[in-house]
Design a protein around this ligand. Sequence first.
Ligand code: ZN
Ligand code: ZN
Length: 167
Amino acid sequence: MEKKICPKCCSEKPLTEFHKNKNTASGVVSRCKDCTSEYYKFQRKEQQAYARRYYMSHKEEAREYYQNRKAFLKKERFVKMLAKKYNLSLMKYDQMLLSGCGLCHTMPGDGEYYKIDYCRKDGGIRAALCPECYELVNTLPDLPKVREYIANTPYVQYALTLAEDDL
Ligand SMILES: [Zn+2]
Ligand SMILES: [Zn+2]
């Protein structure tokens, strides 16, 4: 049986232990099968290590990108909902929130959107409320502070204009 020495592991092996290659005089590649597979294993490991290093160094960037994207989509959904359900532009919503929640006056956090206190019958809007106050107004209308809020905050009709829609 014909044999050949692998230059990598320096051992003499039968030609069947080498991958075929028509372009060489011997008809096989120079390194033995074992050394070839070792080489590819090493390559794969290197690639994985590189990918891992790349991921680690770009993790923050990627996270920020996805968070921004999420926040953007959330805002987009909110703006659409405002227009569709309340006939309200984002500008009007922001104006409504200049002094915070209509009842407790806290400001919404970053990426947080308050609820709209509105009249189901005629679509008039009273104010934007934080989730807690929205709950109070809808469940405990006899609470003194809720009563006061209801008495002092009239429903307003907002008409969405085209110009506002562009904002
Ligand atoms: Zn070898
Ligand atoms: Zn509130």
